[in-house]
Design a protein around this ligand. Structure first.
Ligand code: ADP
Length: 274
Protein backbone atom coordinates (compact mmCIF):
# COMPACT_ATOMS: atom_id res chain seq x y z
CA UNK A 1 0.00 0.00 0.00
CA UNK A 2 1.60 3.24 -1.03
CA UNK A 3 -0.97 5.79 -0.01
CA UNK A 4 -1.50 6.90 3.56
CA UNK A 5 -4.95 6.16 4.84
CA UNK A 6 -6.90 9.36 5.43
CA UNK A 7 -7.11 10.47 9.07
CA UNK A 8 -10.22 8.51 9.64
CA UNK A 9 -10.24 5.84 12.28
CA UNK A 10 -11.99 2.58 11.93
CA UNK A 11 -12.67 1.27 15.43
CA UNK A 12 -12.93 -2.26 16.66
CA UNK A 13 -16.03 -4.00 15.29
CA UNK A 14 -16.53 -1.28 12.69
CA UNK A 15 -16.54 -1.85 8.98
CA UNK A 16 -15.24 0.47 6.29
CA UNK A 17 -15.20 0.40 2.55
CA UNK A 18 -11.58 1.10 1.53
CA UNK A 19 -10.02 1.82 -1.81
CA UNK A 20 -6.40 0.67 -1.87
CA UNK A 21 -3.96 1.66 -4.60
CA UNK A 22 -0.69 -0.21 -5.06
CA UNK A 23 2.45 0.99 -6.82
CA UNK A 24 2.66 -2.19 -8.87
CA UNK A 25 0.02 -4.78 -9.82
CA UNK A 26 -1.01 -7.16 -7.05
CA UNK A 27 -2.69 -10.50 -7.73
CA UNK A 28 -5.99 -10.79 -5.91
CA UNK A 29 -9.29 -12.59 -6.19
CA UNK A 30 -12.71 -11.11 -5.73
CA UNK A 31 -14.53 -12.66 -2.76
CA UNK A 32 -17.74 -13.56 -4.55
CA UNK A 33 -15.73 -15.28 -7.31
CA UNK A 34 -13.14 -17.12 -5.18
CA UNK A 35 -14.29 -17.05 -1.58
CA UNK A 36 -11.22 -18.71 -0.08
CA UNK A 37 -8.68 -16.26 -1.45
CA UNK A 38 -10.77 -13.14 -2.01
CA UNK A 39 -9.73 -11.84 1.38
CA UNK A 40 -7.24 -9.38 2.76
CA UNK A 41 -5.46 -8.75 6.03
CA UNK A 42 -4.04 -5.49 7.35
CA UNK A 43 -0.86 -6.01 9.30
CA UNK A 44 0.54 -3.24 11.48
CA UNK A 45 4.11 -4.00 12.66
CA UNK A 46 3.56 -7.75 12.84
CA UNK A 47 0.16 -7.31 14.51
CA UNK A 48 -3.03 -8.14 12.75
CA UNK A 49 -4.95 -4.86 12.68
CA UNK A 50 -7.89 -5.82 10.55
CA UNK A 51 -9.24 -8.08 7.88
CA UNK A 52 -11.48 -7.75 4.92
CA UNK A 53 -12.94 -9.18 1.79
CA UNK A 54 -12.04 -8.00 -1.69
CA UNK A 55 -15.21 -6.62 -3.26
CA UNK A 56 -13.77 -5.59 -6.60
CA UNK A 57 -10.52 -4.80 -8.30
CA UNK A 58 -9.72 -2.35 -10.99
CA UNK A 59 -6.98 -2.69 -13.56
CA UNK A 60 -5.00 0.45 -14.37
CA UNK A 61 -5.50 1.64 -17.96
CA UNK A 62 -1.92 0.79 -18.85
CA UNK A 63 -2.02 -2.77 -17.64
CA UNK A 64 -2.36 -5.30 -20.44
CA UNK A 65 -4.43 -8.43 -20.29
CA UNK A 66 -2.35 -11.58 -20.48
CA UNK A 67 -3.40 -15.13 -21.18
CA UNK A 68 -4.97 -16.86 -24.13
CA UNK A 69 -8.25 -15.63 -25.47
CA UNK A 70 -11.01 -18.23 -25.57
CA UNK A 71 -12.00 -19.76 -28.89
CA UNK A 72 -14.75 -18.02 -30.80
CA UNK A 73 -18.02 -18.11 -28.87
CA UNK A 74 -20.18 -16.36 -31.44
CA UNK A 75 -23.23 -17.90 -33.05
CA UNK A 76 -21.30 -19.68 -35.81
CA UNK A 77 -19.98 -23.00 -34.55
CA UNK A 78 -16.75 -24.78 -35.46
CA UNK A 79 -18.82 -27.57 -37.02
CA UNK A 80 -20.67 -25.09 -39.24
CA UNK A 81 -17.37 -23.63 -40.40
CA UNK A 82 -16.10 -27.13 -41.10
CA UNK A 83 -19.22 -27.94 -43.14
CA UNK A 84 -19.00 -24.66 -45.08
CA UNK A 85 -15.25 -24.94 -45.80
CA UNK A 86 -15.26 -28.67 -46.41
CA UNK A 87 -11.98 -29.12 -44.53
CA UNK A 88 -10.44 -28.74 -41.10
CA UNK A 89 -8.33 -25.73 -40.26
CA UNK A 90 -4.62 -26.20 -39.64
CA UNK A 91 -1.50 -24.28 -38.87
CA UNK A 92 1.29 -25.50 -41.10
CA UNK A 93 4.33 -24.06 -39.39
CA UNK A 94 7.40 -23.91 -41.62
CA UNK A 95 10.66 -23.37 -39.76
CA UNK A 96 14.24 -23.27 -40.96
CA UNK A 97 17.30 -21.18 -41.66
CA UNK A 98 17.07 -18.03 -43.75
CA UNK A 99 17.17 -19.11 -47.38
CA UNK A 100 16.10 -22.67 -46.57
CA UNK A 101 12.99 -22.20 -48.72
CA UNK A 102 10.14 -21.47 -46.28
CA UNK A 103 8.56 -18.60 -48.24
CA UNK A 104 8.98 -20.38 -51.57
CA UNK A 105 7.30 -23.52 -50.26
CA UNK A 106 4.62 -21.55 -48.37
CA UNK A 107 3.40 -19.77 -51.49
CA UNK A 108 3.55 -22.95 -53.58
CA UNK A 109 1.53 -24.77 -50.94
CA UNK A 110 -0.96 -21.91 -50.70
CA UNK A 111 -1.44 -21.94 -54.47
CA UNK A 112 -2.03 -25.68 -54.52
CA UNK A 113 -4.43 -25.71 -51.57
CA UNK A 114 -6.30 -22.72 -52.99
CA UNK A 115 -6.62 -24.54 -56.32
CA UNK A 116 -8.15 -27.43 -54.39
CA UNK A 117 -10.83 -25.05 -53.06
CA UNK A 118 -9.38 -24.73 -49.56
CA UNK A 119 -9.46 -21.61 -47.38
CA UNK A 120 -5.76 -20.91 -47.04
CA UNK A 121 -3.52 -17.95 -46.23
CA UNK A 122 0.21 -17.42 -45.85
CA UNK A 123 1.63 -15.53 -42.88
CA UNK A 124 5.04 -14.55 -44.11
CA UNK A 125 7.69 -13.68 -41.55
CA UNK A 126 8.98 -10.68 -43.50
CA UNK A 127 5.54 -9.13 -43.92
CA UNK A 128 4.61 -9.65 -40.29
CA UNK A 129 7.88 -8.02 -39.28
CA UNK A 130 6.89 -4.91 -41.25
CA UNK A 131 3.50 -4.53 -39.58
CA UNK A 132 2.30 -6.59 -36.64
CA UNK A 133 5.83 -6.90 -35.23
CA UNK A 134 7.30 -3.61 -36.49
CA UNK A 135 8.18 -2.61 -32.94
CA UNK A 136 10.27 -5.73 -32.24
CA UNK A 137 14.00 -6.32 -32.54
CA UNK A 138 15.89 -9.48 -33.44
CA UNK A 139 17.01 -10.05 -29.86
CA UNK A 140 15.96 -13.39 -28.30
CA UNK A 141 13.10 -11.54 -26.54
CA UNK A 142 12.05 -9.80 -29.74
CA UNK A 143 12.07 -13.07 -31.62
CA UNK A 144 10.07 -14.77 -28.89
CA UNK A 145 7.44 -12.02 -28.93
CA UNK A 146 7.33 -12.11 -32.72
CA UNK A 147 6.53 -15.82 -32.66
CA UNK A 148 4.07 -15.41 -29.83
CA UNK A 149 2.14 -12.84 -31.86
CA UNK A 150 2.34 -14.98 -34.99
CA UNK A 151 1.04 -17.91 -32.96
CA UNK A 152 -1.88 -15.91 -31.65
CA UNK A 153 -2.77 -14.64 -35.12
CA UNK A 154 -2.54 -18.19 -36.46
CA UNK A 155 -4.89 -19.29 -33.74
CA UNK A 156 -7.45 -16.72 -34.86
CA UNK A 157 -7.20 -17.91 -38.46
CA UNK A 158 -7.60 -21.47 -37.23
CA UNK A 159 -10.63 -20.42 -35.23
CA UNK A 160 -12.07 -19.08 -38.47
CA UNK A 161 -11.61 -22.57 -39.92
CA UNK A 162 -8.74 -21.67 -42.23
CA UNK A 163 -5.49 -23.33 -43.16
CA UNK A 164 -2.61 -21.03 -42.25
CA UNK A 165 0.84 -21.58 -43.68
CA UNK A 166 3.50 -19.69 -41.78
CA UNK A 167 7.02 -18.89 -42.95
CA UNK A 168 8.96 -17.73 -39.91
CA UNK A 169 12.54 -18.70 -39.13
CA UNK A 170 11.24 -19.28 -35.57
CA UNK A 171 14.71 -20.28 -34.36
CA UNK A 172 13.84 -21.28 -30.80
CA UNK A 173 12.34 -24.69 -30.09
CA UNK A 174 10.57 -23.45 -26.95
CA UNK A 175 8.81 -20.70 -28.91
CA UNK A 176 7.55 -23.15 -31.52
CA UNK A 177 6.46 -25.55 -28.79
CA UNK A 178 4.57 -22.72 -27.13
CA UNK A 179 2.60 -22.17 -30.35
CA UNK A 180 1.90 -25.89 -30.56
CA UNK A 181 0.62 -25.83 -26.98
CA UNK A 182 -1.66 -22.94 -27.83
CA UNK A 183 -3.52 -24.87 -30.51
CA UNK A 184 -5.90 -27.82 -30.37
CA UNK A 185 -4.28 -31.23 -30.65
CA UNK A 186 -3.48 -32.19 -34.24
CA UNK A 187 -3.89 -28.66 -35.60
CA UNK A 188 -0.21 -27.71 -35.51
CA UNK A 189 1.89 -29.25 -38.24
CA UNK A 190 5.55 -28.44 -37.81
CA UNK A 191 7.52 -28.62 -41.03
CA UNK A 192 11.28 -28.46 -40.82
CA UNK A 193 12.44 -26.87 -44.06
CA UNK A 194 16.03 -28.00 -44.01
CA UNK A 195 19.12 -27.32 -46.05
CA UNK A 196 22.76 -27.12 -44.98
CA UNK A 197 23.87 -23.66 -43.91
CA UNK A 198 26.41 -23.47 -46.79
CA UNK A 199 23.62 -23.99 -49.32
CA UNK A 200 21.33 -21.41 -47.71
CA UNK A 201 24.23 -19.01 -47.68
CA UNK A 202 25.05 -19.68 -51.32
CA UNK A 203 21.40 -19.03 -52.25
CA UNK A 204 21.26 -15.88 -50.12
CA UNK A 205 17.98 -14.77 -51.77
CA UNK A 206 17.89 -11.44 -49.96
CA UNK A 207 21.63 -10.80 -49.74
CA UNK A 208 21.43 -10.93 -45.95
CA UNK A 209 24.05 -13.63 -45.37
CA UNK A 210 26.59 -11.40 -47.12
CA UNK A 211 25.56 -8.47 -44.93
CA UNK A 212 25.71 -10.64 -41.81
CA UNK A 213 29.22 -11.81 -42.71
CA UNK A 214 30.52 -8.29 -43.24
CA UNK A 215 28.84 -7.06 -40.05
CA UNK A 216 26.20 -4.86 -41.70
CA UNK A 217 23.44 -7.03 -40.21
CA UNK A 218 23.63 -8.17 -36.58
CA UNK A 219 22.03 -11.19 -34.90
CA UNK A 220 21.48 -13.09 -38.13
CA UNK A 221 20.25 -16.66 -37.69
CA UNK A 222 22.86 -19.19 -38.78
CA UNK A 223 25.71 -16.66 -38.67
CA UNK A 224 25.49 -14.68 -35.45
CA UNK A 225 22.31 -16.03 -33.85
CA UNK A 226 21.37 -19.64 -33.11
CA UNK A 227 18.90 -21.93 -34.85
CA UNK A 228 17.46 -24.86 -32.91
CA UNK A 229 16.18 -27.50 -35.34
CA UNK A 230 12.97 -29.34 -34.41
CA UNK A 231 13.52 -32.66 -32.63
CA UNK A 232 10.42 -34.39 -33.94
CA UNK A 233 8.65 -32.31 -36.56
CA UNK A 234 5.60 -33.76 -38.27
CA UNK A 235 7.45 -33.35 -41.58
CA UNK A 236 10.98 -32.60 -42.72
CA UNK A 237 11.59 -31.46 -46.28
CA UNK A 238 15.15 -31.31 -47.57
CA UNK A 239 15.33 -28.45 -50.02
CA UNK A 240 18.91 -29.25 -51.02
CA UNK A 241 17.89 -32.60 -52.46
CA UNK A 242 14.21 -32.10 -53.38
CA UNK A 243 12.53 -29.65 -55.71
CA UNK A 244 9.92 -27.13 -54.57
CA UNK A 245 7.22 -29.33 -56.10
CA UNK A 246 8.48 -32.43 -54.32
CA UNK A 247 8.60 -30.62 -50.98
CA UNK A 248 5.10 -29.21 -51.48
CA UNK A 249 3.70 -32.61 -52.45
CA UNK A 250 5.21 -34.16 -49.36
CA UNK A 251 3.30 -31.68 -47.18
CA UNK A 252 0.09 -32.18 -49.16
CA UNK A 253 0.39 -35.95 -48.76
CA UNK A 254 0.78 -35.56 -45.02
CA UNK A 255 -2.30 -33.30 -44.84
CA UNK A 256 -4.41 -35.73 -46.86
CA UNK A 257 -3.34 -38.60 -44.68
CA UNK A 258 -3.94 -36.68 -41.44
CA UNK A 259 -7.38 -35.57 -42.63
CA UNK A 260 -8.38 -39.13 -43.53
CA UNK A 261 -7.47 -40.10 -39.95
CA UNK A 262 -9.63 -37.31 -38.51
CA UNK A 263 -6.74 -35.27 -37.10
CA UNK A 264 -7.65 -31.68 -36.30
CA UNK A 265 -11.43 -32.19 -36.31
CA UNK A 266 -13.34 -30.10 -33.78
CA UNK A 267 -13.61 -32.12 -30.56
CA UNK A 268 -16.24 -32.34 -27.89
CA UNK A 269 -15.39 -32.09 -24.20
CA UNK A 270 -14.40 -35.78 -24.03
CA UNK A 271 -12.01 -35.25 -26.97
CA UNK A 272 -14.08 -37.20 -29.52
CA UNK A 273 -14.58 -35.70 -33.00
CA UNK A 274 -17.98 -33.98 -33.23
P1 ADP B 1 13.31 -18.52 -46.65
O1 ADP B 1 11.88 -18.08 -46.74
O2 ADP B 1 13.47 -19.83 -45.94
O3 ADP B 1 14.22 -17.47 -46.12
P2 ADP B 1 13.20 -18.31 -49.52
O4 ADP B 1 12.04 -19.15 -49.87
O5 ADP B 1 13.02 -16.83 -49.48
O6 ADP B 1 13.82 -18.83 -48.13
O7 ADP B 1 14.41 -18.59 -50.51
C1 ADP B 1 14.81 -19.91 -50.83
C2 ADP B 1 15.57 -19.90 -52.15
O8 ADP B 1 15.96 -21.23 -52.41
C3 ADP B 1 14.73 -19.43 -53.30
O9 ADP B 1 15.52 -18.67 -54.16
C4 ADP B 1 14.29 -20.74 -53.95
O10 ADP B 1 14.07 -20.60 -55.34
C5 ADP B 1 15.49 -21.63 -53.69
N1 ADP B 1 15.18 -23.07 -53.65
C6 ADP B 1 15.86 -24.02 -54.30
N2 ADP B 1 15.34 -25.24 -54.06
C7 ADP B 1 14.29 -25.05 -53.23
C8 ADP B 1 13.35 -25.94 -52.65
N3 ADP B 1 13.37 -27.26 -52.86
N4 ADP B 1 12.42 -25.42 -51.84
C9 ADP B 1 12.38 -24.10 -51.61
N5 ADP B 1 13.24 -23.20 -52.15
C10 ADP B 1 14.20 -23.67 -52.96
Amino acid sequence: VTRELPSLTVHRDEVADLGIRTSSPVACDVAFEVGATGRSAIVDCHDLAGGGVVLAHRRPESQVLVGNPPSSHGKVTAEERLARNGHVGRVIWLTGLPGAGKSTIAVALERELFNQGKQVYVLDGDRVRLGLAADLTYSPEGRRENIRRAGQVSRLFLDAGMIVVTAFISPYRADRDAVRALLPSGAFVEVFVSAPLEICERRDPKGLYAKARNGEVQSFTGVSAPYEPPLSPEIEVRTDTCTVTECTCRILDYLNQASSMGAGLPRDQEGSPV
